[in-house]
Design a protein around this ligand. Structure first.
Ligand code: COA
Length: 340
């Protein structure tokens, strides 16, 4: 019998610290009008005072478990590109803090496509019979990897976390995830990168710890090239997954694109032939929350009634790597815990 991963509960969480465009204008050569018109972002959240990615993950994960009405799962997977520490992975700590016992737990790193890659990985655990249920969390405190003095990157990214409980079920039932389309292009890895802190920088001749150049400490981004790649890849990947699912574009009730830039989302929807009102948007309040972006927008829309049981949902994401991925599902009748 074929089995699928089915969404059983959804929870999300945002750190309390709000950073408005006006706050950014007080320290950067920019304007509220520029940021909102070029990105669609009005405010974003940021951690402070020692709060970090795993704190957000525990909040969102606990809410997803409660929403699903379960106190245990077989595995925890955390997607993040802003880990608390390079080693160890954060998922074991999340499992421990949530009282889930000595279960399988690991992280995966796929930047802004992390939620789609993670869903695919967790669906694989379930369909291979390795786990019957998985808590999957996308969590990011990426603001800590952004140069506060860089006017191009500082407005874009925000912190947050979103989590789903996945259970073993039938491919025919609402909430069953898949098929997937996944892809990458490592030849363009340098377009979006944090160069310091890893083994390449550590092994570089004559460079000791404490000598990491400031620009290597933070994200570097070729904004225009990334913008174009994001539109092209999310459009191609969406069409590929719709073809695999046997859905036509007109059957898509809700388009859920990674919230990178409102202009990117509008372009992808337009190229796909999806009316703007079918797109779910939270970038104005959340910014780009990397792997947490998609669960946050799903949670907000489901809690607010914009996303309803039975809706056919197309999800697509793009990010550093380069990497991209898409999937589809029919939205299930589940409990939601959303901060928005
Ligand atoms: N305020 C004012 N001006 C700014 C600015 C800011 N916050 N940030 C950049 N600019 C300036 C640039 O310096 C440039 O000036 P110049 O022409 O004198 O060199 C000008 O605006 C235009 O820059 P450009 O990069 O062409 O602008 P853009 O319209 O493409 O918007 C981004 C810039 C970053 C918003 C856009 O490229 C983008 O969103 N890229 C994708 C980023 C992304 O999604 N990353 C994550 C992927 S998952």
């Amino acid at each position: 019998m074929t089995v699928s991963a089915v969404i059983a509960g959804l929870g999300a969480w945002l750190p309390p610290g709000v950073v408005t465009n006006n706050d950014l204008c007080s320290r950067l050569d920019t304007s509220e009008e520029w940021i909102e018109s070029r990105t669609g972002i009005v405010e974003r959240r940021a951690v402070s005072g020692g709060m970090a990615t795993l704190d957000l993950a525990v909040e969102a994960g606990g809410r997803a478990l409660k929403a699903a009405g379960v106190s245990g799962v077989d595995a925890v997977v955390v997607a993040t590109t802003s880990p608390d520490r390079i080693c160890p992975a954060g998922a074991p700590e999340v499992a421990s803090r949530l009282g889930l016992g000595p279960i399988a737990a690991y992280d995966l790193t796929s930047a802004c496509s992390g939620f789609v890659y993670g869903l695919a990985t967790c669906a694989g655990l379930i369909s291979a019979g390795i786990a019957k249920s998985v808590l999957f969390i996308g969590s990011e405190a990426f603001s800590t990897f952004i140069d506060p003095a860089n006017r191009t990157t500082a407005p874009i990214f925000g912190d947050g976390a979103g989590a789903v409980v996945l259970r073993c079920g039938s491919p025919e039932e609402p909430g069953a995830i898949g098929p997937f389309d996944l892809g990458s292009d490592g030849a363009q890895a340098d377009l979006l990168a944090i160069n310091g802190g890893g083994s390449r920088q550590r092994s570089a001749t004559g460079l000791g710890h404490g000598e990491v150049p400031t620009e290597d400490w933070y994200l570097s981004m070729a904004g225009r090239a990334i913008y174009q790649q994001a539109i092209a890849r999310m459009t191609e990947s969406s069409l590929a997954v719709l073809d695999r699912a046997g859905w036509s574009v007109t059957e898509v009730d809700r388009f859920v694109g990674h919230q990178a830039n409102i202009r990117i989302l509008n372009s992808v929807a337009q190229r796909l032939g999806i009316a703007p009102e079918r797109a779910l948007i939270n970038i104005d309040r959340v910014g780009n929350a990397l792997s947490a972006s998609i669960p946050l927008v799903l949670a907000g829309a489901a809690a607010g009634g914009e996303l309803r049981p039975g809706d056919r949902v197309l999800i697509t994401a793009f990010g550093a790597g380069l990497s991209w991925g898409s999937t589809v599902l029919v939205w299930p009748d589940i409990s939601i815990d959303s901060p928005l």
